[in-house]
Design a protein around this ligand. Structure first.
Ligand SMILES: [Zn+2]
Length: 62
């Protein structure tokens, strides 16, 4: 039997079709993980540089 670690609490989880919450150990951990996403716990790095209106010299080079 393959086991994986629950991403949320790191409990051993049996990887089997009957476990509908896999890779989580339980519905609770699954919901917590989804909730974390909803709360932006996992932030996506801001890809947009700050709006800098310095005309031609790169920032920090003086
Ligand atoms: Zn868990």
């Amino acid at each position: 039997m393959t086991t994986v670690a629950c991403p949320r609490c790191e409990s051993a989880v049996e990887w089997k079709p009957e476990n509908k919450y896999r890779p989580f150990c339980s519905e609770r951990c699954k919901l917590m993980d989804l909730g974390a996403w909803a709360n932006e716990e996992y932030r996506i790095p801001n890809a947009t540089p700050p709006d800098d209106d310095a005309p031609d010299s790169p920032r920090g080079v003086d």
